[in-house]
Design a protein around this ligand. Structure first.
Ligand SMILES: NC(=O)c1ccc[n+]([C@@H]2O[C@H](COP(=O)([O-])OP(=O)(O)OC[C@H]3O[C@@H](n4cnc5c(N)ncnc54)[C@H](OP(=O)(O)O)[C@@H]3O)[C@@H](O)[C@H]2O)c1
Length: 300
């Protein structure tokens, strides 16, 4: 039996927990902030149900083989509160979040050799606690390390493609797509805004900053990625909402710091100017501070 704990059963965590629980050799626990009775996930392969153990207090947790962290990036401290109870001698901690700072974000709480960073692409949303929709093909990339390779067999009974690859390249490539998503969030417009001139030029400019900074960090990123990001937006459903704009529209906190903030931060480190991403961070922080949200608003 492989014991797995998932911290943060929202859109991503709920889908992962439900799929992992389909394998009788996995013993799945979810560490939740908002409790629910069971998981029900609408997937492209039909509805799947799961009845994992649901904990809401770290004092109830016991050591597991694998911890999967699927909270939003700005909830790292809350997620980390679960780790002392979940960690045993051989526990590995997989961080499945957007951005490029998976290891840095959890290094204050764990030895870095236990942290497995993961890039996840899984179009998913939560409709209620314990109720998720997985809208399409989903994949996970982990580094080609001993821990990364040992992570792969967990997924044999799921509809996820889970593989090893050059993590730095894949994480920055995803950030090149996510960073220009800030334009939609600033304008409160869905992805179809790409059809309005001069939005494609702004998207290219933001992606090019991310490409330059990612290369300085060791990612292998071609110039053509900027055009691919524009094309990807043109080919998406015009009414699609990326998570930044969806979070802003819903009055939720946004992952500004982990996305555009990271481009600016690593740009400064390498002396690469990132004025477009810098402006996006400033505008979105101003917008976030203005919205009538009762929750926490600052990421750091
Ligand atoms: N959704 C997507 O399609 C997608 C795709 C690719 C990557 N990602 C990335 O995946 C990460 C997770 O995104 P998401 O969309 O799944 O977010 P989400 O739906 O907001 O889920 C986050 C979950 O974490 C829970 N949480 C927060 N603090 C916690 C704590 N201290 N203990 C336990 N649970 C806690 C939240 O609890 P509550 O139930 O109380 O809110 C919520 O259930 C993000 O970095 C996102 O950028 C998302």
């Amino acid at each position: 039996m492989t014991t797995i704990a998932i911290i943060g059963p929202g859109a991503i965590g709920g889908v992962l927990a439900a799929w992992l629980a389909q394998d009788a050799t996995n013993d799945v626990t979810v560490c939740a902030r908002t409790p629910f009775d069971h998981l029900e996930v609408e997937t492209p392969n039909g509805v799947i149900m799961a009845h994992p153990r649901v904990l809401t207090d770290p004092r109830e947790a016991t050591p597991v083989d694998w911890v999967l962290i699927t909270t939003k990036t700005y909830d790292a401290a809350g997620a980390a509160a679960w780790l002392p109870a979940l960690r045993g001698d051989h526990t590995r901690v997989v961080v499945l979040q957007n951005g490029v700072e998976h290891v840095e974000r959890f290094s204050p709480y764990l030895p870095v050799e236990l942290i497995v960073p993961a890039v996840i692409d899984c179009p998913a949303e939560r409709t209620a606690p314990g109720r998720m929709r997985q809208r399409g093909h989903s994949w996970i990339i982990v580094p080609d390390s001993a821990n990364g390779r040992e992570f792969l067999p967990l997924w044999s009974k799921t509809n996820f493609d889970v593989t090893t690859d050059d993590f730095t390249t894949r994480a920055w490539a995803k950030l090149c797509i996510n960073a220009p998503g800030a334009i939609s969030a600033i304008l409160l417009q869905p992805t179809g805004v790409i059809r309005v001139e001069p939005i494609p030029d702004l998207v290219r400019a933001m992606a090019r900053e991310c490409i330059a900074v990612g290369r300085a960090e060791g990612a292998t990123l071609g110039d053509e990625i900027a055009e691919q990001v524009v094309e990807g937006m043109r080919n998406a459903f015009p009414d699609a909402l990326n998570s930044l704009v969806a979070d802003r529209m819903a009055g939720r906190q946004m992952e500004i710091d982990a996305r555009n903030g990271a481009v600016v931060r690593f740009g400064k480190k390498h002396g690469i100017p990132t004025p477009m991403n810098e402006m996006a961070v400033a505008l979105l922080i101003a917008a976030q501070d203005k919205q009538p949200n009762t929750g926490q608003r600052h990421e750091k």
